[in-house]
Design a protein around this ligand. Structure first.
Ligand code: IMP
Ligand code: MG
Length: 182
């Protein structure tokens, strides 16, 4: 385990199980779709979860990416998510699947939902790996959430603190002293 972590919350094995279940849920939901849904990764945090989920699905999907930034280098959301890189595809009249790493305050998800429905998507489905319901500031939730966690800061499997730890293959709780020392 990385030395900056307090403990592991999801091992590689547990992640693999959750990926399977999320993919099965999406397959069931879109089994009668007449055109392939557009699966969007909210970068960078969801990158590994997204790649694993779309590859575990039986349903054919098209892929697109959007980079949203809300944190700067802090462990607390600024509340103003910025679109750093927009989608390449049009979402007009498409079934959209948004894949998120974590829903925390809800600002990012709310922004994405307004944007995508505002551009005329036919449907909007959100799958997230983590949910922190106790930290929600806006009344919004994912359609499918793999794992609920309390008010703790986690890193790994895409999730970062100041752009570090993303490439860990598991998810762990970051020691408080790492982000409270400044
Ligand atoms: P929200 O806009 O406050 O809901 O935050 C969503 C984004 O904040 C996520 O996509 C993550 O990138 C980031 N985030 C929230 N909680 C954590 C955490 O515990 N670890 C790492 N990133 C987090
Ligand atoms: Mg992030």
């Amino acid at each position: 385990m990385n030395k900056d972590l307090e403990r592991i919350v999801l091992s590689e094995k547990e992640i693999a199980q959750m990926v399977k279940s999320a993919a099965a849920w999406l397959d069931e939901k879109f089994k009668n779709a007449d055109t392939p849904p557009l699966a969007i990764s909210v970068l960078k945090g969801s990158v590994f979860f997204y790649c694993d989920v779309v590859r575990a699905m039986q349903t054919s999907v098209q892929l697109d990416f959007m980079t949203v930034s809300s944190y700067g280098n802090a462990a607390e959301s600024s509340g103003v998510p910025k679109i750093v890189m927009d989608l390449a595809a049009s979402v007009y009249d498409r079934d959209v699947i948004l894949v998120e790493d974590i829903v925390d305050s809800g600002h990012t998800l709310s922004r994405m939902k307004d944007l995508i429905l505002g551009r005329g998507a036919k449907s909007f489905t959100v799958v997230t790996l983590f949910d922190k319901p106790s930290r929600r500031k806006l009344p919004i939730q994912a359609d499918y959430s793999c794992c609920e966690i309390g008010d703790e800061f986690i890193v790994g499997y895409g999730l970062d603190y100041a752009q570090q730890y993303r490439s860990l293959p598991y998810v762990g709780i970051l020691k408080r002293e790492i982000y409270e020392k400044k």
